[in-house]
Write a protein that binds this ligand. Structure first.
Ligand SMILES: Nc1ncnc2c1ncn2[C@@H]1O[C@H](COP(=O)(O)OP(=O)(O)OP(=O)(O)O)[C@@H](O)[C@H]1O
Ligand SMILES: [Mg+2]
Length: 378
Protein backbone atom coordinates (compact mmCIF):
# COMPACT_ATOMS: atom_id res chain seq x y z
CA UNK A 1 0.00 0.00 0.00
CA UNK A 2 1.22 3.49 -0.84
CA UNK A 3 1.54 4.76 2.70
CA UNK A 4 3.52 1.90 4.16
CA UNK A 5 5.86 1.74 1.15
CA UNK A 6 6.49 5.38 1.54
CA UNK A 7 7.28 4.97 5.19
CA UNK A 8 9.45 1.98 4.44
CA UNK A 9 11.61 3.44 1.73
CA UNK A 10 11.44 7.06 2.75
CA UNK A 11 10.66 8.44 -0.70
CA UNK A 12 8.68 11.66 -0.62
CA UNK A 13 4.99 11.38 -1.34
CA UNK A 14 3.64 12.32 -4.74
CA UNK A 15 1.56 15.12 -3.30
CA UNK A 16 -0.86 15.20 -6.26
CA UNK A 17 -1.78 11.53 -6.03
CA UNK A 18 -1.76 11.52 -2.22
CA UNK A 19 -4.17 14.46 -2.07
CA UNK A 20 -6.24 13.81 -5.17
CA UNK A 21 -9.46 14.75 -3.43
CA UNK A 22 -9.09 17.36 -0.69
CA UNK A 23 -11.93 18.12 1.67
CA UNK A 24 -10.86 21.18 3.63
CA UNK A 25 -12.82 22.27 6.68
CA UNK A 26 -16.18 21.45 5.14
CA UNK A 27 -19.15 22.35 7.26
CA UNK A 28 -22.83 22.01 6.38
CA UNK A 29 -25.58 23.60 8.43
CA UNK A 30 -29.32 23.26 7.89
CA UNK A 31 -31.09 26.18 9.62
CA UNK A 32 -28.44 26.31 12.31
CA UNK A 33 -28.27 22.51 12.73
CA UNK A 34 -24.74 21.30 12.05
CA UNK A 35 -24.91 18.12 9.94
CA UNK A 36 -21.23 18.12 8.91
CA UNK A 37 -18.78 19.77 11.29
CA UNK A 38 -15.50 21.06 9.84
CA UNK A 39 -14.43 17.85 8.15
CA UNK A 40 -11.01 17.69 6.54
CA UNK A 41 -9.88 14.63 4.59
CA UNK A 42 -7.25 13.87 1.97
CA UNK A 43 -8.16 11.03 -0.35
CA UNK A 44 -5.65 9.36 -2.62
CA UNK A 45 -6.04 8.63 -6.29
CA UNK A 46 -7.54 5.19 -6.87
CA UNK A 47 -8.67 4.78 -3.28
CA UNK A 48 -11.96 3.27 -2.20
CA UNK A 49 -12.69 5.47 0.78
CA UNK A 50 -15.62 4.71 3.07
CA UNK A 51 -17.57 7.14 5.23
CA UNK A 52 -18.87 4.93 8.01
CA UNK A 53 -21.21 5.96 10.79
CA UNK A 54 -24.60 5.55 12.38
CA UNK A 55 -27.84 7.04 11.13
CA UNK A 56 -27.77 10.83 11.04
CA UNK A 57 -23.99 11.09 11.43
CA UNK A 58 -23.70 13.25 8.30
CA UNK A 59 -22.34 10.73 5.77
CA UNK A 60 -24.85 11.38 2.99
CA UNK A 61 -24.69 15.12 3.54
CA UNK A 62 -20.91 15.11 3.08
CA UNK A 63 -21.26 12.92 -0.03
CA UNK A 64 -23.90 15.26 -1.44
CA UNK A 65 -21.53 18.19 -0.88
CA UNK A 66 -18.94 16.35 -2.98
CA UNK A 67 -21.51 15.69 -5.71
CA UNK A 68 -22.69 19.31 -5.65
CA UNK A 69 -26.25 18.58 -4.54
CA UNK A 70 -25.56 20.45 -1.30
CA UNK A 71 -23.57 23.63 -0.95
CA UNK A 72 -21.14 23.61 2.00
CA UNK A 73 -21.76 26.41 4.50
CA UNK A 74 -17.99 26.65 4.82
CA UNK A 75 -14.88 24.93 3.47
CA UNK A 76 -13.41 23.84 0.20
CA UNK A 77 -13.57 20.77 -2.02
CA UNK A 78 -10.65 20.30 -4.41
CA UNK A 79 -10.49 17.46 -6.93
CA UNK A 80 -7.30 16.89 -8.92
CA UNK A 81 -6.23 20.47 -8.23
CA UNK A 82 -9.54 22.03 -9.26
CA UNK A 83 -11.86 23.73 -6.75
CA UNK A 84 -15.34 22.21 -7.04
CA UNK A 85 -17.36 24.57 -4.83
CA UNK A 86 -18.81 26.81 -7.51
CA UNK A 87 -19.45 24.07 -10.09
CA UNK A 88 -22.98 22.69 -10.47
CA UNK A 89 -23.25 18.87 -10.20
CA UNK A 90 -23.35 18.26 -13.95
CA UNK A 91 -20.15 20.21 -14.53
CA UNK A 92 -18.17 18.24 -11.96
CA UNK A 93 -16.08 15.27 -13.19
CA UNK A 94 -17.97 13.26 -10.59
CA UNK A 95 -20.67 10.64 -10.81
CA UNK A 96 -22.96 9.47 -8.06
CA UNK A 97 -24.61 6.08 -8.11
CA UNK A 98 -27.86 6.09 -6.19
CA UNK A 99 -29.08 3.36 -3.91
CA UNK A 100 -32.13 2.76 -6.12
CA UNK A 101 -29.83 2.76 -9.21
CA UNK A 102 -32.31 5.05 -11.04
CA UNK A 103 -32.03 3.02 -14.26
CA UNK A 104 -34.32 4.07 -17.11
CA UNK A 105 -36.95 1.30 -17.20
CA UNK A 106 -37.84 1.67 -20.89
CA UNK A 107 -34.22 1.51 -22.08
CA UNK A 108 -32.09 -1.58 -22.59
CA UNK A 109 -28.91 -2.21 -20.65
CA UNK A 110 -26.74 -0.78 -23.43
CA UNK A 111 -29.01 2.23 -23.92
CA UNK A 112 -28.80 2.93 -20.19
CA UNK A 113 -25.01 2.80 -20.29
CA UNK A 114 -24.88 4.94 -23.44
CA UNK A 115 -27.21 7.62 -22.09
CA UNK A 116 -24.65 10.07 -20.67
CA UNK A 117 -22.33 9.63 -23.64
CA UNK A 118 -25.15 10.45 -26.06
CA UNK A 119 -26.04 13.54 -24.09
CA UNK A 120 -22.43 14.66 -24.38
CA UNK A 121 -22.80 14.38 -28.15
CA UNK A 122 -20.17 11.68 -28.61
CA UNK A 123 -19.94 10.10 -32.07
CA UNK A 124 -21.88 6.87 -32.59
CA UNK A 125 -18.79 4.71 -33.08
CA UNK A 126 -17.13 6.10 -29.98
CA UNK A 127 -20.29 5.40 -27.97
CA UNK A 128 -20.51 1.84 -29.27
CA UNK A 129 -16.88 1.22 -28.38
CA UNK A 130 -17.18 2.66 -24.90
CA UNK A 131 -20.43 0.81 -24.13
CA UNK A 132 -18.74 -2.40 -25.29
CA UNK A 133 -15.84 -1.81 -22.90
CA UNK A 134 -18.20 -1.09 -20.03
CA UNK A 135 -20.31 -4.19 -20.73
CA UNK A 136 -17.19 -6.28 -20.71
CA UNK A 137 -15.95 -4.74 -17.49
CA UNK A 138 -19.17 -5.55 -15.65
CA UNK A 139 -19.57 -8.83 -17.56
CA UNK A 140 -23.01 -8.11 -18.90
CA UNK A 141 -22.32 -8.43 -22.64
CA UNK A 142 -24.87 -11.21 -23.01
CA UNK A 143 -27.60 -9.14 -21.38
CA UNK A 144 -27.05 -5.94 -23.41
CA UNK A 145 -30.51 -6.04 -25.02
CA UNK A 146 -32.46 -6.66 -21.83
CA UNK A 147 -34.47 -4.06 -19.94
CA UNK A 148 -33.85 -3.43 -16.23
CA UNK A 149 -36.92 -5.38 -15.07
CA UNK A 150 -35.49 -8.48 -16.76
CA UNK A 151 -32.37 -8.35 -14.56
CA UNK A 152 -31.56 -9.54 -11.04
CA UNK A 153 -30.75 -6.99 -8.33
CA UNK A 154 -27.03 -7.64 -8.64
CA UNK A 155 -27.15 -7.29 -12.43
CA UNK A 156 -29.06 -4.01 -12.15
CA UNK A 157 -26.39 -2.75 -9.81
CA UNK A 158 -23.67 -3.59 -12.32
CA UNK A 159 -25.56 -1.73 -15.06
CA UNK A 160 -25.84 1.31 -12.79
CA UNK A 161 -22.14 1.10 -12.08
CA UNK A 162 -21.28 0.78 -15.79
CA UNK A 163 -23.46 3.80 -16.51
CA UNK A 164 -21.74 5.78 -13.73
CA UNK A 165 -18.28 4.92 -15.05
CA UNK A 166 -18.99 5.27 -18.78
CA UNK A 167 -17.95 8.91 -18.96
CA UNK A 168 -14.74 8.19 -17.09
CA UNK A 169 -15.41 10.36 -14.02
CA UNK A 170 -12.51 11.30 -11.76
CA UNK A 171 -14.59 10.50 -8.72
CA UNK A 172 -17.30 7.91 -8.16
CA UNK A 173 -19.68 8.41 -5.25
CA UNK A 174 -21.69 5.53 -3.83
CA UNK A 175 -24.37 6.04 -1.19
CA UNK A 176 -25.21 2.74 0.51
CA UNK A 177 -24.45 0.82 -2.70
CA UNK A 178 -25.72 -2.49 -1.28
CA UNK A 179 -28.87 -1.03 0.25
CA UNK A 180 -31.22 -2.61 -2.29
CA UNK A 181 -29.71 -6.10 -2.14
CA UNK A 182 -30.42 -9.01 0.18
CA UNK A 183 -27.76 -10.16 2.61
CA UNK A 184 -26.31 -13.04 0.62
CA UNK A 185 -26.06 -11.07 -2.62
CA UNK A 186 -24.49 -8.19 -0.72
CA UNK A 187 -21.35 -9.99 0.30
CA UNK A 188 -20.83 -11.28 -3.24
CA UNK A 189 -21.44 -7.88 -4.81
CA UNK A 190 -19.09 -6.16 -2.35
CA UNK A 191 -16.16 -8.04 -3.82
CA UNK A 192 -17.41 -7.68 -7.40
CA UNK A 193 -17.83 -3.95 -6.95
CA UNK A 194 -14.29 -3.63 -5.58
CA UNK A 195 -12.95 -5.56 -8.59
CA UNK A 196 -14.81 -3.35 -11.07
CA UNK A 197 -13.78 -0.14 -9.31
CA UNK A 198 -10.16 -1.25 -9.18
CA UNK A 199 -10.19 -2.28 -12.85
CA UNK A 200 -11.56 1.10 -13.85
CA UNK A 201 -9.01 2.90 -11.67
CA UNK A 202 -11.57 5.47 -10.54
CA UNK A 203 -11.29 7.09 -7.12
CA UNK A 204 -14.30 6.22 -5.02
CA UNK A 205 -15.95 7.60 -1.90
CA UNK A 206 -18.70 5.41 -0.52
CA UNK A 207 -21.14 5.82 2.33
CA UNK A 208 -22.25 2.94 4.49
CA UNK A 209 -23.57 2.32 7.98
CA UNK A 210 -22.45 -1.31 7.72
CA UNK A 211 -19.05 -1.86 9.32
CA UNK A 212 -18.45 -5.19 7.59
CA UNK A 213 -19.12 -3.59 4.23
CA UNK A 214 -16.66 -0.78 4.97
CA UNK A 215 -14.05 -3.23 6.23
CA UNK A 216 -14.44 -5.50 3.18
CA UNK A 217 -14.50 -2.83 0.49
CA UNK A 218 -12.51 0.17 1.63
CA UNK A 219 -8.79 0.95 1.52
CA UNK A 220 -9.43 3.47 4.29
CA UNK A 221 -12.38 4.38 6.47
CA UNK A 222 -13.45 7.64 8.08
CA UNK A 223 -15.57 6.91 11.11
CA UNK A 224 -18.23 9.64 11.52
CA UNK A 225 -20.34 10.61 14.52
CA UNK A 226 -22.61 13.65 14.77
CA UNK A 227 -20.92 15.37 11.85
CA UNK A 228 -17.43 14.74 13.23
CA UNK A 229 -14.69 12.45 11.99
CA UNK A 230 -13.72 10.29 14.96
CA UNK A 231 -10.94 8.37 13.23
CA UNK A 232 -9.44 7.84 9.80
CA UNK A 233 -7.49 4.70 9.04
CA UNK A 234 -7.19 1.42 7.21
CA UNK A 235 -9.70 -1.21 8.32
CA UNK A 236 -7.12 -2.99 10.47
CA UNK A 237 -5.88 0.26 12.03
CA UNK A 238 -9.41 1.17 13.05
CA UNK A 239 -10.03 -2.32 14.42
CA UNK A 240 -6.70 -2.88 16.18
CA UNK A 241 -5.82 0.70 17.17
CA UNK A 242 -9.09 2.49 17.84
CA UNK A 243 -8.51 6.18 18.58
CA UNK A 244 -11.10 6.43 21.34
CA UNK A 245 -13.96 4.62 23.05
CA UNK A 246 -16.42 5.53 20.31
CA UNK A 247 -14.24 3.96 17.62
CA UNK A 248 -13.54 0.89 19.74
CA UNK A 249 -17.22 0.29 20.38
CA UNK A 250 -18.49 1.12 16.90
CA UNK A 251 -16.43 -1.53 15.13
CA UNK A 252 -16.76 -5.13 16.23
CA UNK A 253 -17.21 -5.99 19.87
CA UNK A 254 -14.83 -4.95 22.60
CA UNK A 255 -14.29 -5.25 26.35
CA UNK A 256 -13.77 -1.86 28.00
CA UNK A 257 -12.46 -1.66 31.55
CA UNK A 258 -11.85 1.44 33.68
CA UNK A 259 -8.26 1.69 34.88
CA UNK A 260 -5.58 4.16 35.94
CA UNK A 261 -2.03 4.49 34.68
CA UNK A 262 0.39 3.13 37.28
CA UNK A 263 3.78 3.05 35.53
CA UNK A 264 4.30 5.11 32.40
CA UNK A 265 7.59 3.96 30.85
CA UNK A 266 8.85 4.66 27.31
CA UNK A 267 8.38 1.07 26.16
CA UNK A 268 5.61 -0.22 28.37
CA UNK A 269 2.75 0.90 30.60
CA UNK A 270 1.11 -0.75 33.55
CA UNK A 271 -2.46 -0.05 34.57
CA UNK A 272 -4.21 -0.64 37.85
CA UNK A 273 -7.79 -1.78 37.86
CA UNK A 274 -10.07 -3.05 40.55
CA UNK A 275 -11.67 -5.36 38.00
CA UNK A 276 -8.83 -7.84 37.53
CA UNK A 277 -6.81 -10.10 39.77
CA UNK A 278 -3.53 -8.68 38.42
CA UNK A 279 -2.17 -5.47 36.89
CA UNK A 280 -2.51 -4.80 33.17
CA UNK A 281 0.65 -4.48 31.16
CA UNK A 282 0.79 -2.94 27.68
CA UNK A 283 3.88 -3.61 25.59
CA UNK A 284 4.38 -0.09 24.21
CA UNK A 285 4.54 3.49 25.42
CA UNK A 286 1.59 5.90 25.34
CA UNK A 287 1.09 9.61 25.79
CA UNK A 288 -0.26 9.84 29.31
CA UNK A 289 0.70 10.37 32.92
CA UNK A 290 0.77 8.37 36.13
CA UNK A 291 -2.58 8.41 37.85
CA UNK A 292 -4.51 9.25 34.68
CA UNK A 293 -7.92 7.62 34.37
CA UNK A 294 -8.10 5.60 31.14
CA UNK A 295 -9.98 2.74 29.55
CA UNK A 296 -8.37 -0.56 28.76
CA UNK A 297 -9.80 -2.10 25.60
CA UNK A 298 -9.34 -5.67 24.48
CA UNK A 299 -11.20 -7.55 21.75
CA UNK A 300 -12.93 -10.83 22.68
CA UNK A 301 -10.81 -12.90 20.29
CA UNK A 302 -7.61 -11.77 22.00
CA UNK A 303 -8.53 -13.42 25.31
CA UNK A 304 -7.55 -16.94 26.28
CA UNK A 305 -9.92 -18.93 28.49
CA UNK A 306 -9.31 -22.05 30.57
CA UNK A 307 -9.62 -23.61 33.98
CA UNK A 308 -5.98 -23.47 35.05
CA UNK A 309 -4.41 -20.26 36.34
CA UNK A 310 -1.90 -18.92 33.78
CA UNK A 311 1.71 -18.56 35.01
CA UNK A 312 2.05 -14.87 34.09
CA UNK A 313 1.81 -12.33 36.93
CA UNK A 314 -0.12 -9.72 34.92
CA UNK A 315 -2.88 -9.60 32.26
CA UNK A 316 -5.19 -12.13 33.83
CA UNK A 317 -8.60 -12.23 35.44
CA UNK A 318 -10.80 -14.81 37.07
CA UNK A 319 -14.54 -15.11 36.75
CA UNK A 320 -17.57 -17.31 36.28
CA UNK A 321 -19.11 -18.40 32.98
CA UNK A 322 -22.54 -16.85 32.86
CA UNK A 323 -23.55 -17.48 29.25
CA UNK A 324 -22.27 -19.31 26.19
CA UNK A 325 -23.41 -18.30 22.71
CA UNK A 326 -22.56 -20.91 20.10
CA UNK A 327 -21.89 -19.61 16.56
CA UNK A 328 -20.51 -22.77 14.97
CA UNK A 329 -17.04 -21.54 14.05
CA UNK A 330 -16.64 -19.97 17.46
CA UNK A 331 -18.44 -19.57 20.75
CA UNK A 332 -18.73 -16.40 22.81
CA UNK A 333 -18.31 -16.89 26.54
CA UNK A 334 -19.76 -14.28 28.87
CA UNK A 335 -17.58 -14.28 31.96
CA UNK A 336 -18.66 -12.34 35.06
CA UNK A 337 -15.81 -11.05 37.25
CA UNK A 338 -16.12 -10.69 41.03
CA UNK A 339 -16.28 -6.85 40.76
CA UNK A 340 -19.39 -7.19 38.59
CA UNK A 341 -18.09 -6.45 35.11
CA UNK A 342 -18.59 -8.94 32.31
CA UNK A 343 -15.98 -9.85 29.70
CA UNK A 344 -16.73 -11.44 26.35
CA UNK A 345 -14.34 -14.10 25.13
CA UNK A 346 -14.34 -15.61 21.65
CA UNK A 347 -13.33 -19.22 21.70
CA UNK A 348 -12.47 -20.74 18.31
CA UNK A 349 -14.13 -24.13 17.83
CA UNK A 350 -11.13 -25.26 15.82
CA UNK A 351 -11.66 -28.87 16.84
CA UNK A 352 -14.98 -30.60 17.10
CA UNK A 353 -16.08 -30.53 20.74
CA UNK A 354 -13.12 -28.20 21.46
CA UNK A 355 -14.90 -26.42 24.29
CA UNK A 356 -16.00 -29.55 26.11
CA UNK A 357 -15.32 -29.25 29.78
CA UNK A 358 -16.23 -25.57 30.15
CA UNK A 359 -19.81 -24.84 30.95
CA UNK A 360 -22.21 -22.49 32.75
CA UNK A 361 -21.24 -21.67 36.31
CA UNK A 362 -17.62 -22.83 35.92
CA UNK A 363 -14.81 -20.74 37.40
CA UNK A 364 -12.36 -19.86 34.63
CA UNK A 365 -9.23 -17.81 34.06
CA UNK A 366 -8.84 -15.33 31.24
CA UNK A 367 -5.50 -14.05 29.99
CA UNK A 368 -3.95 -12.02 27.18
CA UNK A 369 -0.57 -10.80 25.93
CA UNK A 370 1.09 -7.42 26.43
CA UNK A 371 0.28 -6.32 22.88
CA UNK A 372 -3.31 -7.53 22.73
CA UNK A 373 -4.99 -4.60 24.43
CA UNK A 374 -4.92 -0.84 23.96
CA UNK A 375 -5.14 2.12 26.31
CA UNK A 376 -7.78 4.71 25.42
CA UNK A 377 -7.52 8.17 26.92
CA UNK A 378 -10.69 9.61 25.39
N1 LIG B 1 -32.11 18.92 3.81
C1 LIG B 1 -31.98 18.81 5.15
N2 LIG B 1 -32.58 19.70 5.98
C2 LIG B 1 -32.44 19.61 7.32
N3 LIG B 1 -31.72 18.66 7.94
C3 LIG B 1 -31.10 17.74 7.18
C4 LIG B 1 -31.21 17.76 5.75
N4 LIG B 1 -30.48 16.73 5.25
C5 LIG B 1 -29.98 16.09 6.33
N5 LIG B 1 -30.33 16.69 7.48
C6 LIG B 1 -29.95 16.29 8.84
O1 LIG B 1 -28.56 16.18 8.91
C7 LIG B 1 -28.16 15.06 9.69
C8 LIG B 1 -27.25 14.18 8.86
O2 LIG B 1 -28.01 13.59 7.83
P1 LIG B 1 -27.40 12.57 6.77
O3 LIG B 1 -28.45 12.23 5.79
O4 LIG B 1 -26.14 13.14 6.26
O5 LIG B 1 -27.08 11.32 7.70
P2 LIG B 1 -26.50 9.88 7.31
O6 LIG B 1 -25.25 9.72 8.10
O7 LIG B 1 -26.42 9.73 5.84
O8 LIG B 1 -27.61 8.92 7.94
P3 LIG B 1 -28.30 7.57 7.34
O9 LIG B 1 -27.34 6.45 7.69
O10 LIG B 1 -29.55 7.46 8.14
O11 LIG B 1 -28.52 7.75 5.88
C9 LIG B 1 -29.44 14.38 10.13
O12 LIG B 1 -29.71 14.77 11.46
C10 LIG B 1 -30.47 14.90 9.17
O13 LIG B 1 -31.74 14.97 9.78
MG1 LIG C 1 -27.42 8.50 4.43
Amino acid sequence: MAVSNERANGTPADAGAQRYLRIEGVRKEFDGFVAVDDVSLDIRKGEIFALLGGSGSGKSTLLRCLAGFERPTKGKIVLDGEVMNELPPYERPINMMFQSYALFPHMTVEQNIAFGLKQDGLAKDAIRKRVGEMLEMVQLGKLAKRKPHQLSGGQQQRVALARSLAKGPKLLLLDEPMGALDKKLRSRMQLELVNIIETSGVTCVMVTHDQEEAMTMATRIALMDQGWIQQVGTPDEIYEQPANRFAAEFIGSVNLVDATIDEDEPDYVTLKTAAFAAPIRIGHGITGFTGQAVSFAVRPEKLGIGKAEPAQDHNKAQGTIEDIAYFGSHSVYHVRLPGGIKLLVNFANDKRWASEGMTWGDQVWLWWDDNDGVVLTS
